[in-house]
Design a protein around this ligand. Structure first.
Ligand code: ADP
Ligand code: MG
Length: 701
């Protein structure tokens, strides 16, 4: 047998399969693979979720309720008793005090071992019980002589649930992996100067620390996820996600798109016919869009604007530019109601300019649907407004050049990718304009939407009076009915929004129905409509149209009216069970009023006994109408996960980083991403493999 020379450079851990580690057979390798662990590096990036301190033996007298600790002592008494259930009680004592161990499940062998006089070393969580401090079902072993040396020499990591792979096994494996790390088998992609600047440790130090925190490590700090070792890893993870979206963007920008060149005649005609002038913010955003459209690579632009800031007309002006150049536009909305409303607006605006607009939703009758589909395919219609139905089988665009997605937090990146593919023809991809009414702070936007350019409409149309918001307990319902009656007598209209009950359309509908009946009884002369998700599209449309034409005074609705519905004469909104709703939703709902010059009011009805968090939400609503401020508070209260909705699923399943907690790292993450893209492109692929692997990666490297 020839002995092979030891390689000077160890094989990098991302190219060493776990099966090379001692103790990993085919069965274990299989289980590990199911946890996403294939290489030794993957194993190291399976990070502990918490830690146990088994580095020292704690005197029993020093134990407090809730402590998890190693203790050692001699058994003084062991007996099986019946207190509701059969149980084994074992009293142990060291020099400083005594402690009871309680076993509900025990074998005869255990019972025989646990005899008076035996010394035990054990680990568990101390709780105050009927017999003083006790530990239920501790881990234990015999300790024949007191041996302070034989404790763990680091905190014990506890790894995430690992289906059939035992914690002890994982610790043995990570120990081997850490040895390899010490030999320099893992690459650190972060520049040293940056780490020094941020006062963060090297990768090797960070990994060693989180897998084996030394005795005396600050467990609370580790639990909060803000230890420098964790922040170092969080930084790298955020960087990987940022790079992933930036790579996606690069890839999309390499596509070809039809450059839109127009002299703006149609845009001027459209805007000239409106009863108002654009705000400066709208003008500016339209300028951004026109510049993007003129390029031969696809526009990828997100327009953020508070509710009521006038995004629709911006989209219409962008559409006019594209149509004038001879191409088609698709406008997609998240709900049928919203699609219908957009269609009405667009139809009204563009009919005057001789530009045909089609509506295409899932619930159209077959014939209407067929004719819309045909007109889209032949190019007879220039604008198609609809829901997801726009991009289903059988829909083909003759020459689509602009895709507008409204209220985008309901669509994911992958959906946008699918739409892009459907809109492609002859190697050209549509420009994308994405509009959202969930304004988020700039750094967060640049992280979550790193694949998009962002424009902000940061100004509301003039003459709006802020909505006055009050919070009242439900018991004051009578007064509110009076208020509605007055508003309606003064020629105004009102909404009454019923709560979302456990996400059930059935129950929502019942609640809305019951309120509808009750209000009809209380306000016999008022014309009341009912709108909920179970109505047929045609009925919904009729009710909505009637409310718009002021043939209805009061609209009782479920949260289906949440987004986009626009009736400027409505000046009063009552929201029931407001304490159950999130800030973003409340703000959206409230945005349905305050759309005209008349002062509007929003009444938040709550049930008594709400949580502190719910109270805080209602306070925020009372204090401000500013969507950006509300979003910032929302971010503080809930974290970015829910704020961003389902779109950024990739960002919500991070291992160490948390957008809310680690927000202060984001500006530097963006800077470093720039540097790597420009100067060290070769590090990007391995970084993405390390943190994101094959899953949820959008950009190809
Ligand atoms: P959102 O940004 O919430 O989608 P909309 O596009 O629905 O807002 O616009 C809200 C209302 O404001 C609509 O009635 C719209 O016609 C009107 N509007 C839009 N821009 C202006 C403006 N510059 N001046 C006055 N009213 C405007
Ligand atoms: Mg809108």
């Amino acid at each position: 047998m020839t002995s092979r020379p030891t390689p000077a450079v160890p094989v990098a851990l991302d190219r060493r399969p776990v099966s090379l580690l001692k103790g990993v057979g085919a069965a274990l390798a299989d289980k590990l693979q199911r946890l996403g662990v294939e290489s030794v590096q993957d194993l190291l990036f399976l990070l502990p979720t918490r830690y146990e301190d088994r580095t020292r033996v704690v005197p029993i007298g020093a134990l407090r309720h809730g402590d998890r600790a190693v203790v050692e002592g001699e058994i003084e008494l062991a007996e099986v008793v019946f207190r509701r259930r059969r149980q084994l009680l074992v009293r142990i004592r060291d020099g400083s005090g005594f402690l009871t161990l309680r076993f509900f499940y025990f074998t005869a062998v255990q019972q025989a071992q646990l005899q008076r006089g035996v010394r035990l070393r054990l680990y568990g969580e101390a709780r105050r019980g009927t017999l003083g401090l006790e530990i239920m079902h501790p881990e234990y072993r015999r300790a024949d002589a007191f041996d302070a040396q034989r404790v763990e020499d680091s905190l014990t990591p506890v790894y995430p649930t690992t289906e059939g792979v035992q914690q002890g096994r994982l610790r043995l494996l990570t120990a081997q992996a850490l040895d390899a790390v010490d030999e320099g088998a893992i690459s650190d992609y972060l520049p040293r100067a940056l780490l020094a600047d941020l006062e963060l440790p090297s990768l090797v130090d960070a990994l060693t620390y989180v897998h084996r925190p030394p005795p005396g490590a600050d467990v609370m700090l580790l639990a909060s996820g803000t230890h420098p070792a964790q922040r170092r890893l969080a930084f790298e993870e955020l960087l990987a996600h940022q790079l992933s979206l930036r790579m996606l963007r690069r890839e999309l920008k390499r596509d070809r798109a039809h450059p839109i060149v127009s002299d703006g005649r149609l845009v001027s005609a459209l805007l000239g016919a409106l009863p108002f002038a654009l705000t400066r913010a709208q003008e500016r955003v339209l300028g951004d869009i026109a510049t993007d459209l003129a390029c031969d690579s696809p526009m990828l632009r997100l327009v953020q604007g508070d509710v009521g800031s006038g995004k629709t007309v911006v989209a219409a002006a962008a559409a006019a530019r594209v149509i004038e150049s001879g191409y088609q536009v698709a406008l997609m909305a998240p709900t049928e109601l919203l699609a219908e409303q957009h269609w009405q607006n667009f139809d009204r605006w563009f009919r005057a300019l001789n530009v045909p607009v089609a509506l295409l939703t899932g619930k159209l009758a077959t014939r209407a649907r067929r004719s819309a589909t045909e007109a889209i395919a032949t190019g007879d219609v220039s604008i198609a407004v609809g829901t997801h139905a726009l991009f289903q089988e059988g829909v083909r665009f003759a020459r689509l050049a602009l895709l507008v997605i409204d209220e985008q937090h309901r669509f994911g990146v992958d959906q946008r990718m699918a739409l892009r593919a459907k809109g492609a023809h002859e190697g050209h991809y549509p420009h994308q304009l994405v509009m959202t009414a969930t304004p988020i702070p700039r750094t967060l936007a640049m992280t979550a939407y790193a694949d998009l350019d962002v424009s902000v409409i940061d100004e509301l149309p003039p003459g709006r009076t802020p909505v006055k918001t009050v919070a009242l307990t439900e018991s004051r319902r009578q007064e509110i009915v009076q208020r509605i009656s007055h508003a309606i007598a003064a020629g105004r209209q009102a909404y009454w929004v019923c709560p979302l009950i456990e996400e059930s359309e059935e129950l929502d509908y019942e609640a809305a129905e019951a309120t509808f009946v009750a209000l009809k009884g209380a306000l016999p002369t008022v014309r009341i409509g009912l709108l909920h998700g179970r109505l047929k599209p045609l009925e919904k449309e009729r009710t909505m149209a009637a409310f718009k034409r002021h043939e209805l005074d009061l609209l009782v609705a479920t949260t289906v009216i949440e987004v986009g519905v626009d009736v400027p004469n409505a000046t009063l909104m009552v929201i029931e069970n407001a304490e159950r709703m999130g800030l973003a939703q409340l703000h959206q709902l409230r945005g349905r009023v305050g759309r005209g010059a008349e002062e509007s009011t929003c009444v938040l009805l709550y049930k008594s006994g709400m949580s502190a968090l719910a109270r805080e939400r209602l306070n925020v609503m009372r204090e401000t109408n500013d969507g950006f401020r509300i979003a910032r508070r929302d971010l503080e209260l809930r974290g970015p996960g829910e704020l961003l909705g389902t779109r950024q699923t990739g960002l919500l399943t991070m291992r160490v980083a948390e957008l809310g907690r680690d927000a202060d790292l984001l500006p530097r993450v963006q800077e470093v991403a720039e540097v790597l893209l420009a100067e060290h492109p070769a590090t990007i692929a391995p970084l993405l493999r390390r943190w994101i692997g094959g899953r949820e990666r959008y950009g190809k490297v």
